[in-house]
Design a protein around this ligand. Structure first.
Ligand SMILES: *Cc1c(COP(=O)(O)O)cnc(C)c1O
Length: 416
């Protein structure tokens, strides 16, 4: 559910017409709905109310400081994957005790910073990383709380690029040998084994892979306990999908219902790392049509946004609903068209052979469900300044990241 809807014939975000934002801030622009964001945080939190848990928002889904601050205001922490995300999370006021840190390539300077500020735990992805954490912790006179990220070899049934729990994926430590790794970590002087972590993929639309993975993790927790290693935290990762098109992902309540019996008697605090499900439908990408053209039999709608601004369609072939800002335009039938950007790549498209409203030059177009993995994946390719981000709250909005200028593009360069 979200607060983007037609009112008086115009697509609004909450109480603000998108055309007003386009006129005042320009296009392309990301528009976030604060009320949607808050609502998603509450729905998620309430679903797991009966289970001792911490929610850590996956910062990579949307790392805008105002988004992070809004989420933090709902009592949610952060799941980070880099020193840069740690920096952002702290800047947004997120409590270090509610930060978990995953990623296969953590470097010693990043680990040192996380130890200094005292994060909740490191989700460790290899034996080599364990050794580096031990070394860094020792040199700082600290003890590092760690969970081992287990790769349970479970198929998340999602796009191959965002499946992370299969044996051929780079993530985690294979379930078969992980007992040894736990024993090894347990023997390290400056490491405290506190948990187990598992994140099998993103945009999961079925509950079964979660259940399968959790059952494997449950057995591991019990086996470890027999060996005298008692875990405090069971981190289930993120991955809950959203509706982009015709998907019917489970709700947080359905997920809670499925997992409650599996974890009820373990005595572990659960950690959830939702990303997409909190922010995905809370944001849209607003772009303006520059030209329409036909080549042979194909019709193209050329917009001012491009793959550098919103990479998901190019990267994963993913679907975003396309709506005209002007409702009347949507009633004039449909046309089969490719929606493309100005970038010099054939891969620069938002939709191909899609039935859309008959857009004309100057029309405003909203790409829906763009709040997750939208701006965070953007780049300056083709020397395109990165777009502005706007947050709407009721009848008002704020620019929460200004549009980059041409000067911004070259600011860090030296002419030699
Ligand atoms: C990306 C990621 C998440 C969030 O995934 P979503 O599908 O956005 O919920 C959670 N945990 C880890 C370790 C991740 O890499």
């Amino acid at each position: 559910m979200h607060y983007f809807s037609y009112q008086h014939g115009e697509l609004h975000c909450e109480g603000v017409p998108l055309s007003r934002i386009a006129d005042e801030v320009g296009t392309p622009v990301y528009v976030y709905s604060r009320q949607t964001l808050v609502r998603h945080c509450r729905v998620f939190r309430e679903a797991f109310a009966g289970i001792p848990h911490t929610i850590c928002f996956a910062v990579k889904a949307n790392s805008n400081l105002s988004v992070l601050r809004t989420i933090a205001g709902e009592g949610i922490g952060a799941d980070i994957v880099s020193g840069g995300e740690l920096f952002r999370a702290l800047k947004a006021g997120i409590d270090p005790a509610m930060i978990v840190y995953a990623g296969v390539g953590k470097q010693s300077h990043e680990i040192a910073r996380a130890l200094e500020i005292g994060i909740k735990m490191f989700n460790v992805e290899s034996r080599g990383e364990m050794d580096v954490i031990q070394q860094v912790a020792k040199s700082l006179g600290k003890v590092a709380p760690i969970a081992i990220r287990v790769n349970p070899n479970v198929d998340a049934g999602t796009h191959p690029y965002i499946s992370t729990g299969l044996r051929q994926n780079k993530f985690g430590i294979g379930i078969e040998g992980v007992m040894d790794d736990y024993q090894y970590a347990h023997g390290l002087s400056h490491v405290e084994v506190v948990g187990v972590h598992c994140h099998i993929g993103s945009q999961l639309t079925d509950i079964q892979p979660f259940v399968d993975a959790l059952q494997i993790i449950r057995q591991l927790v019990l086996d470890l306990r027999e060996q005298g290693i008692v875990l405090r935290y069971l981190d289930m990762g993120g991955g809950l999908g959203i509706r982009y098109n015709a998907e019917t992902p489970p709700s947080p309540e359905e997920l809670a219902r499925a997992i409650r019996p599996i974890v009820a008697d373990l005595g572990c605090e659960l950690i959830f790392e939702p990303g997409r499900v909190l922010v995905g439908n809370a944001g849209i990408f607003l772009t303006r049509v520059i030209y329409t053209k036909s080549n042979y039999e194909r019709k193209f709608i050329v917009v001012d946004g491009a793959m550098n601004d919103l990479a998901r369609p190019s990267l994963y072939g993913s679907y975003h609903d396309i709506l005209p800002a002007d409702e009347a335009a949507g009633r004039q039938g449909t046309a089969l068209a490719d929606v493309v950007g100005p970038i010099c790549e054939t891969g620069d498209f938002f939709a191909r052979e899609r039935s859309v409203a008959p857009f004309a030059a100057g029309d405003l177009m909203a790409l829906m469900s763009a709040g997750a993995y939208g701006f965070t994946m953007s780049s300056n390719y083709n020397s395109r300044p990165r777009v502005a981000e706007v947050m709407v709250d009721g009848d008002t909005y704020r620019v929460v990241r200004r549009r980059e200028t041409f000067d911004d593009l070259v600011r860090l360069e030296e002419e030699v």
